[in-house]
Design a protein around this ligand. Structure first.
Ligand code: HEC
Length: 134
């Protein structure tokens, strides 16, 4: 567990998911990604027709490069070699995290919120109040 926390500390710590970040991610997705991935991430953007391999349907197909926030961040950082998926390392880290969360939003299902990163924020967040018993 401690090792996980340390690894997360060394890698870029994901910012907390927020509506503002999701909005930013969506906006960036509509500019940078929609041509191939399609508005809903179904892999049906107009640019995808000629691609081989084609982008997957985020909601239906398993992610080849991993679907943890850190995996997607890395995909954006490095791109996927020998595919049309180019690197987006020129985007700011914040924008890439925003995209990560938007991709996961399109993916749907249980949100793999960066629970592993929780210890990183432990000092900065007010401790959660224990739920009151009724
Ligand atoms: C020029 C077309 C193109 C653009 C633009 C593009 N992608 Fe991709 N993307 C692809 C292709 C093709 C793949 C599939 C690569 C493969 O088969 O592994 C892919 C794969 C991915 C994956 C990995 C999915 C998996 O299976 O693990 C993620 C995440 C992703 N793209 C996100 C994005 C985001 C976010 C953007 C915008 C910032 C973007 N892509 C822009 C073509 C594109």
């Amino acid at each position: 567990m401690l090792t996980t926390a340390l690894i997360v500390l060394v890698a870029a710590a994901p910012p907390a998911k927020s509506q503002a970040l999701l909005d930013k991610g969506k906006q960036s997705f509509m500019t940078n990604c929609v041509a191939c991935h399609g508005e809903k991430g179904a892999g049906d953007g107009p640019g995808a027709i000629a691609l081989n391999p084609k982008p997957r349907n985020y909601a239906k197909d398993p992610f080849k490069q991993g679907d943890k926030p850190e995996d997607i961040f890395k995909t954006l950082q490095t791109g996927v070699p020998n595919t049309a998926m180019v690197a987006f390392g020129h985007l700011s880290e914040e924008e890439r995290w925003a995209l990560v969360y938007w991709v996961l939003e399109l993916k749907g299902g249980p949100s793999p919120a960066p629970a592993a990163a929780a210890p990183v924020d432990a000092g900065t967040k007010a401790p959660e109040k224990p739920a009151k018993k009724k």
